[in-house]
Design a protein. Structure first.
Length: 137
C-alpha cells in the first residue's frame, strides 16, 4: 500500500513538472535570458563603458524604430530590442548598436548605427546599464 502511494505521488509530480516545462517553452526567451545573451555574446561581459536599454515587451516583426536619422527596421521575428550606446555622454553622432534577440531561438541580429531611437525612456524601455560619469579609459 505504501509503495503504491509513493508511486502515485511520483507520477503526479512528474506529470506536473512535464506540464510546467511545456508551458515555459511556449513562452519563449525571457527578457532576463535575452539580457544574458547580449551581455555574454555582444558585450563580452564588459558593462563599464556602455549604456544599455531594453524594450519592456518583445517587439513585433518588421517594427520601424524611428531614430534621429535613418529609421531601423526590426528583423522578421518577434524579438527583444536592446539599444547599446557605445559612447555614453558623447555628443551624437557616434557608434551605437540595435540588437534584436529572437524570443523563439535566442539568436540575435545586430544593426550598427550612429544615432539613438526617439523616445528612449520609460515607460517603453528599461535602462539596464549606465556607466559612471567619470570614465577612466
Amino acid at each position: 500500500m505504501r509503495k503504491e502511494c509513493l508511486i502515485t505521488v511520483m507520477l503526479v509530480l512528474m506529470t506536473m513538472m512535464g506540464l510546467t516545462g511545456c508551458s515555459d517553452e511556449d513562452e519563449g526567451i525571457s527578457r532576463r535570458l535575452a539580457w544574458s545573451i547580449v551581455k555574454k555574446n555582444v558585450l563580452n561581459n564588459d558593462l563599464e563603458h556602455v549604456e544599455v536599454w531594453v524594450s519592456k515587451e518583445p517587439i513585433q516583426p518588421h517594427t520601424i524604430i524611428d531614430t534621429y536619422s535613418t529609421p531601423v527596421t526590426s528583423p522578421d521575428k518577434e524579438s527583444w530590442f536592446f539599444f547599446i550606446n557605445d559612447v555614453p555622454y558623447g555628443n551624437w553622432s557616434h557608434s551605437c548598436r540595435y540588437v534584436f534577440v529572437d524570443i523563439a531561438s535566442g539568436n540575435f541580429d545586430i544593426i550598427q548605427h550612429g544615432m539613438p531611437p526617439f523616445n528612449l525612456s520609460e515607460p517603453d524601455y528599461i535602462l539596464l546599464v549606465t556607466p559612471p560619469i567619470i570614465d577612466n579609459r
